[in-house]
Write a protein that binds this ligand. Structure first.
Ligand SMILES: *[C@@H]1O[C@H](CO)[C@@H](O)[C@H](O)[C@H]1NC(C)=O
Ligand SMILES: *[C@@H]1O[C@H](CO)[C@@H](O)[C@H](O)[C@H]1NC(C)=O
Ligand SMILES: *[C@@H]1O[C@H](CO)[C@@H](O)[C@H](O)[C@H]1NC(C)=O
Length: 190
């Protein structure tokens, strides 16, 4: 009981953002967090993980939901829309420890190259940032060696976050369509 009280005190004096864990809070608590923001210092956090994009087999994590008639004639799949809930792991192996998921949608939006407009969340399911999310929105020219996707916000420990995710395809199987993508994320948050 006493310990609990001390922790609460520390949180309210120094406004440590981790005290707001990933679990969504009531509007009053969120309002307080904003009002105390001027005490908070922005910090940089770095993440490294692998995204498993599975379109083949019985349990795909990325499924096509729609396309235009013209998409069938397009070499860049222009007009295709898909939904994903890809698994994020610590290492590149398929059985590596799961650290989060990437639910979202993307559309093939380029006439010139295979380029996806993506909007998804990085949802952490493990560790210090469990249940906190990062909102990603940007253009992913899939065939380039490196792509940068903007981090445009977040929730939980990542309220008002901003940053960049750098993507690199480790392998892409053009028969199955499956891919393994390495993510380096740099994020500024409070
Ligand atoms: C798409 O193709 C189907 C089948 O050929 C046709 O019935 C439909 O009118 C086409 N839609 C458009 C928007 O062209
Ligand atoms: C937190 O995340 C876990 C999965 O990692 C989930 O089971 C749980 O429902 C989440 N809690 C809340 C309150 O969102
Ligand atoms: C690519 O996918 C095909 C079809 O699922 C599979 O037979 C093949 O072994 C895969 N290639 C590699 C290098 O994993």
């Amino acid at each position: 009981m006493e310990k609990h009280y001390i922790i609460l005190m520390v949180c309210s004096i120094f406004v440590i953002p981790q005290c707001s864990n990933g679990i969504a809070q009531d509007p009053k608590s969120v309002k307080k967090w904003f009002k105390d923001l001027h005490h908070a210092k922005e910090k940089l956090t770095e993440f490294h993980f692998y995204l498993h994009d599975i379109v083949s087999g019985k349990n795909p994590t990325n499924i096509r939901v729609a396309m235009a008639n013209a998409t069938a004639q397009s070499s860049t799949y222009f007009g295709l829309i898909a939904v994903m809930d890809d698994v994020l792991t610590e290492g590149p192996e398929p059985d590596s420890k799961i650290v989060g998921r990437a639910p979202g949608i993307f559309g093939s939006s380029s006439l010139e190259e295979i380029g996806l407009h993506m909007t998804f969340n990085i949802v952490f399911t493990e560790g210090k940032y469990k249940n906190s999310t990062l909102a990603v929105s940007g253009y992913n020219p899939f065939q380039n060696q490196y792509r940068e996707l903007p981090i445009v916000g977040g929730s939980g420990a990542f309220r008002l976050a901003r940053g960049v995710a750098t993507l690199h395809t480790v392998w892409y199987n053009d028969t199955s369509g499956d891919a393994l993508v390495e993510y380096h994320v740099m994020v500024l948050h409070y």
